[in-house]
Design a protein around this ligand. Structure first.
Ligand code: EPU
Length: 427
């Protein structure tokens, strides 16, 4: 397993272009199952999660070809419907083939993903939504087995932690080919859902309200080919904004989805980090400059479904708050156990106390480099940010987690002036 070796203390300066969104691209690749015609997605990032999804699509008879940043998915064998545990266990987002398979092929056998380092992550809301559309679903030997003809329904998508992003994606995709009208109440409002609806509309689906809690879908008989550009990755953008902030940097981000980041930008403004818009482009693809010269002020953060503060930036902003001038709190309301980075930050001299879903952070004068263990994708990003600001050397182990969601993070940070090196496993 590769490691990152980081010498902290460099101020980041320069320009980064934000890649296409991993979490938007994954359900969009799965949505290609809804048609027999080719679907082309542009700005698809080169990440191991994307490769896993492409691998799964091949196993479902839909090979993909890459041309630069574009991915074209075609249907070669529409009879397959098995998403094997061996693939699904490597990536939970595989479950978003369930709705498209059921709607287009009339049946699906998709492995239950199981838990992961950030929590139990059930899929009961996906199953409940698809059952409401008329699917017959049971669990057999660890697999979700679904079949049936779908008809529109009025479905409440909320659960104990709010709505579900991939659950909304699954049910919305399935409803595009159902008989009649489907209304999703308490649907996820994440920009990735609005972008998926844009792709589905380009394929001929009739959807209104995506990006709001109420999505209305009028079923159609079939969908066709489409060519769609994936939105920019708000979490990658947020991570590099935080990298600029933690190193007192001056970084310009191109293709920044400012409009998808208001909750994070609001907290950063309160902490004393400045963001200046440099162009009049679409607010999902802006050029912005991030600077930080003053001491960081503490703040209070609660993760929430969009448009609240994203759980996927929680670990990264915790690293920043470790260096603020006072006491802060972070309360995690999406994944209450998503705190494996806390113990690692403590090893770097952070002053943190966890009490259930809340962590109290007392700002310290400095962090001190240490060997740390990455436990999941965003926790790893938080540890890299801490390492960039720490005195001395930080070794982040298991960076394969980072490769799931950040395209060449080591090279991006090197280009901004960071002293960071990837050490391959055998070295
Ligand atoms: N939940 C249920 N039942 C369900 C589904 C979800 O109780 O059937 C709960 C979850 O346990 C959690 C909450 O609802 O407490 C929200 O989970 P959600 O289903 O929205 O998560 P997801 O769709 O599986 C996506 C992202 C995650 C991101 C979450 C929350 C993708 C591929 N994954 O997961 O991204 O943290 O939404 O915003 O889109 C990441 O990129 O690092 C990542 C983990």
């Amino acid at each position: 397993m590769d490691t990152f070796v980081i010498q902290g203390g460099a101020t980041l300066r320069g320009t980064v272009r934000v890649h296409g969104s991993k979490n938007a691209a994954l359900p969009q690749i799965a949505a290609a199952l809804l048609t027999d015609e080719p679907v082309t997605l542009r700005d698809v990032p080169r990440l191991s999660d994307i490769r896993n999804m492409v691998h799964l699509m091949e196993a479902l008879g839909c090979p993909a070809t890459r041309d630069g940043d574009s991915l074209t998915i075609t249907t070669a064998d529409p009879t397959l419907s098995l998403a094997h545990y061996d693939i699904v266990r490597t990536m939970r987002a595989s479950v978003c083939v369930l709705g498209p398979l059921l709607a287009k092929r009339g049946q699906a056998r998709v492995s239950l993903p199981g838990g992961c380092n950030i929590g139990d992550r059930p899929v009961d809301l996906h199953i409940r939504g698809l059952r409401a559309l008329g699917a017959d679903i049971h669990i057999d030997e660890g697999y979700i087995v679904a079949a049936g003809k779908l008809r529109g329904a009025h479905i409440f998508m909320g659960g104990p932690f709010g709505s579900t992003v991939l659950g909304t994606a699954n049910v919305m995709c399935a409803a595009t080919l159902a008989d009649g009208q489907t209304v999703l109440e308490s649907a996820a409002c994440e920009p990735e859902i609005a972008d998926l609806a844009d792709l589905l509309a380009a394929m001929g689906a009739r959807i209104t309200g995506a990006g709001t809690p109420r999505i209305v879908i009028e079923g159609v008989n079939e969908l066709h080919s489409a060519d769609h550009r994936v939105i920019a990755d708000r979490i990658e953008a947020g991570t590099y904004i935080l990298a600029a902030a933690i190193t007192r940097g001056d970084v310009t981000l191109e293709n920044c989805p400012t409009d998808a980041l208001w909750a994070a930008l609001d907290r950063l403004a309160e902490m004393g980090v400045s963001l200046e818009t440099l162009d009049n482009a679409d607010r999902l693809r802006q050029t912005v400059r991030i600077t930080r010269t003053n001491e960081l002020k503490p703040t209070l953060i609660t993760t929430q479904p969009h448009p609240g503060f994203p759980t996927d930036l929680q670990a990264q902003i915790m690293a920043l708050l470790c260096l603020s001038n006072g006491n802060s709190t972070i309360t995690e309301k999406i994944f209450p156990d998503r705190f494996l980075h806390v113990a690692e930050l403590l090893r770097m001299g952070a002053q943190l106390v966890r009490n259930g879903p809340t962590v109290v952070i007392s700002g310290a004068d400095e962090l001190i480099g240490a060997p740390v263990m990455a436990s999941d994708l965003r926790a790893s990003a938080g540890l890299v940010l801490a390492g960039l600001a720490a005195r001395g050397t930080t070794i982040v182990n298991r960076v394969y987690h980072l490769d799931r969601g950040y395209e060449q993070m080591d090279l991006v940070l090197q280009n901004l002036g960071a002293t960071i090196e990837r050490v391959p496993e055998k070295a």
